[in-house]
Design a protein around this ligand. Sequence first.
Ligand SMILES: *Cc1c(COP(=O)(O)O)cnc(C)c1O
Length: 487
Amino acid sequence: MYKSTRDNFKLVPSYEAIRLGMVPTGGLFVPKNIPTVDYQKLLDKNYQEIAIEVIKLYLPEFEEKEIAQMVNAAYKTFTTPEIVSYHDINEKLTVLELFNGPTGAFKDIALQLLPHFIVKSNQKCGYLDNTAILVATSGDTGPAALAGFKNIEKTKIACLYPKNGVSYIQKKQMVTIDGNNTFSLGVDGNFDDCQTLVKNMFGNPDINEQFKALGYQLSSANSINWGRLLPQIIYYISTYIKLINSGKIKEGEMVNFVVPTGNFGNILSGWYAKQMGIPINKLISASNKNDVLVEFFNTGKYSKNREFHKTNSPSMDIVISSNLERFIYEAYGRDGQKISELFKQFDQTGQFTIKEDVLAKMGEVIYSNTANELEVLETINNIYKKHQYLIDPHTAVAFKVQEKYRAQSQDDCYTVIVSTATPFKFSETVTEAIEEKSFGIEALTKVEKISKKENIYIKNILTKKDSNLETTDIDKVVSYLLNFIKR
Ligand SMILES: *Cc1c(COP(=O)(O)O)cnc(C)c1O
């Protein structure tokens, strides 16, 4: 069963938590009990088999056969049969590559599976309406959500992006999407405008009624849905198993994971893996100039009264980190009343500060630091020169923060850098780091030359037809979306 982080909602089964996405009265769903996993029993299993074992523990109302079907359907689009891949840097450091899905970012791992969870959850709730997924994106979520929901029965998906605020490749991924149920719309505004609009639509009873009259229930695919965290737990567990099987670590040996962090979803999944019994020492949270988490983990103050910075690791450009609420809840010993108070204060004043002993407890697990834009460029260049390995700007943030952690601590645990995007997706910044900045197709071609590799998904979209080039003013978005649902 799943409960609210604010103790303000009834216990619900897993399929209800997934269908609802967030707690209707405020707060986020968390599992009532975090299950444990015996990794020693999983040593001979492949990624998909491990996925089935882990998902079973969290979705007990789903039959094993159903879970297997969902997992196999979700991951057949990946370019590697192992789903995730590894690149060793030295005998104590490896890179976990999470970008082998159709849009070249780690979000594919969750968003290829979530649509199947949602369709099955609706069925189990006895829920007959269709689902209209609305997503506001600053770049990576939109393409991954469109790719995940493409041609999924009983769903339509519409994605709003800031018309001038996403990269060349990200935009290409959205305007060339060709599902029978997909729609993307460029909005004359910034990401915040898009996100506010979507939030207001969810909260507006009239608009909900208009969609309902067409047979659609509004829903979101954003990173606070439990169904997005769950698929991410799997690769922390499968990586630990892989390290044992390849002789890099001994059974029971502690490892660190370094995670480029925005909304705190990816790293939180790592924390769940640790709670389940995977020997994880430190989870290292790497931020860019948007440092809300660095301030929080170093001082205990969580504040949204801060500037938004556009950086060269744009998928981590955030003002607040929604999933942090789940972690604070756990660190406070699951005191929902307390969490409710803290977030009430947050809504009223834009900030709160947690107790010192709670902060100290968090510090035993989390280390948090930043890397700036120049450090990102230097790191891409250094890693390439030293190891002939090309990384994207988000992964570079993780590498740099890892170095800072090393310099400050005596910790010599085996360390895994979590790589969240392919360098091809951020070709412009990568060319800037290696030689001279290029743009668009030229940048992509250069990155192919430098790395002597290619990403077929990213290459293919360049030759695909632009079929969703519509753009509009903010005040016409709702009517565009209703027309999309009608057609
Ligand atoms: C979304 C994203 C992140 C941030 O992940 P969170 O789960 O929001 O912390 C990091 N890197 C890339 C490339 C992303 O797309």
